[in-house]
Design a protein around this ligand. Structure first.
Ligand code: ADP
Length: 215
């Protein structure tokens, strides 16, 4: 699907047809106080691009299905940076016990472990913590660094990537969240943690899309 960027006039026409369709070219021209001839190129563009349907002797219709696709396309192209949440971080020597407490306090499903320089070192999920808790009596002595998923096995996302990329990665790698990172040194897998994208982020963006808050 090719989405064209509409001009202000084309957008006005679209709104008029959306509200009043089916409506003739003559009526649209009257509402905009312009001649029919002046409107012709815009109506041609809107019809050819699929935004409007035209029926002879009836007039122009708003193409509802196209509008949904248009919104979906916008949604998929949203940048991670505009939707990322604050990452919940623990230092990698933090005990599993304290990490569990942190998980409850922050009401999240995943913690990110960082080293002393603040670089991303690992991911600690609910299941990692549960696994460690089963049969282990000494959670206060066990550092999260022992149980976390560590670099280079962490699936990350960059702020300038899209929500679509993020959703695809979470599904393909079977994970609930992605740390949003900025590269410090690729060779040594050194990344600065700047946010998180979770399945909730995607659900929230979807809701905003359905309520037409995404522009
Ligand atoms: P949960 O454990 O609550 O089901 P996940 O499905 O996200 O949460 O985690 C499953 C496993 O994948 C855990 O071992 C976790 O450490 C690991 N994991 C989670 N997120 C990532 C990620 N972004 N990259 C690599 N591994 C991850």
């Amino acid at each position: 699907m090719v989405i064209i960027k509409l001009t202000k006039r084309q957008d006005e026409i679209l709104q008029i047809v959306k509200k009043n369709g089916p409506i003739t070219g003559k009526e649209i021209a009257e509402r905009l106080s312009v001649s029919r001839a002046a409107l012709r190129p815009d109506l041609a563009i809107l019809t050819m691009s699929g935004n409007l349907d035209a029926r002879p002797r009836v007039g122009y219709f708003y193409n509802e299905q196209f509008a949904v696709k248009r919104q979906a396309e916008k949604y998929l192209h949203q940048k991670v940076t505009n939707f990322k949440a604050h990452p919940i971080v623990v230092e990698k020597s933090t005990s599993v016990y304290d990490a569990i407490v942190q998980l409850f306090l922050e009401d999240v499903g995943t913690l990110y472990a960082v080293d002393l320089e603040g670089h991303l070192a690992g991911v600690v999920s609910r299941k990692d913590l549960l696994r460690a808790a089963i049969g282990n009596q000494n959670l206060q002595e066990l550092p999260v660094s022992v149980i976390m998923t560590r670099m280079p096995n962490i699936v990350t996302i960059f702020p300038e990537e899209t929500l679509y990329e993020a959703a695809k990665k979470m599904i393909n790698y079977h994970v609930d969240s992605l740390p949003v990172v900025k590269e410090v040194d690729k060779q040594s897998n050194t990344y600065l943690l700047v946010g998180r994208i979770t399945k909730t982020t995607i659900t929230r963006a979807y809701l905003e899309l359905m309520e037409e808050k995404v522009d």
